[in-house]
Design a protein around this ligand. Structure first.
Ligand code: DX5
Ligand code: ZN
Length: 216
């Protein structure tokens, strides 16, 4: 499978959100990556329901929603109504991760789990067969524009090996500090989906940057 590119809307220009969503629609990007932060699970607040509603009105690709919020079970139905295709939660935000994963799937969405830089791959070994996506955070969640943590490559390889061993078929997504320098090694380590925020939206020609990431 050719790898997928998911531009992170967190780095878009919110005064020109429709324009930036149209740029993603007309680019080689595969998904829209949408970061929801509550100021509790992470030390930052991003955007919520009305903004996602606006994104959905323009976006014509998969909505990959990354919840950096405590107790995400409270909002699973709401995110389905908003048009999420994939809903990703953090291990540490869920008391009963297995239940949360199945509640997401029950709503007809794909279920993802995100691992913080300090969270070992082994923490999800008992739910790997239930997952559609594992998001490896390559920065500490909460902000765009941070630098990539090198230990990520090792985790991607571990997760790919575990996927083979367990015969599971989730996608491996990398989120944070992704650019054209680290992307080739991430892909050869086993990544399937690259999230890129600043590297895309702060570049001179975002459409071309997406093409470059896609054609690695
Ligand atoms: C960080 C978010 C990322 C962020 C990535 O908490 O989960 O999705 O938008 O942004 P860059 O690519 O700028 O690191
Ligand atoms: Zn994210």
């Amino acid at each position: 499978m050719k790898h997928l590119i998911a531009p992170s809307i967190l780095a878009a220009d919110f005064g020109n959100l429709q324009r930036d969503c149209e740029m993603v629609n007309n680019s080689k990007a595969d998904w829209f990556h949408i970061d929801v932060m509550d100021g509790v699970f992470v030390p930052n607040i991003s955007y919520g329901m009305p903004v996602i509603k606006s994104i959905k009105e323009t976006a014509n690709k998969v909505l990959d929603v990354h919840l950096m919020i405590v107790d995400p079970d409270r909002y699973i139905t709401k995110f389905k109504e908003l048009g999420s295709d994939i809903l990703t939660v953090h291990v540490e935000a869920c008391n009963h991760l297995h239940r949360t994963i199945h509640a997401i799937k029950q709503e007809g969405m794909k279920a993802g789990v995100a691992l913080n830089p300090h969270t070992p791959v082994s923490s999800i070994s008992d739910v790997l067969n239930d997952l559609d996506l594992v998001c490896i955070m390559s920065v500490n969640p909460g902000f765009g524009g941070q630098s990539f943590i090198e230990n990520t490559y090792k985790k991607v390889e571990q997760l790919r090996d575990l996927r083979n061993k367990t015969n599971s078929n989730f996608l491996i997504e990398i989120d944070g500090g992704v650019n054209l320098q680290n992307a080739p090694k991430l892909l050869s380590s086993g990544a399937d989906v690259l999230v890129a925020g600043s590297f895309v939206f702060k570049s001179e020609n975002p459409t071309q940057t997406i093409s470059e990431l896609k054609s690695i």
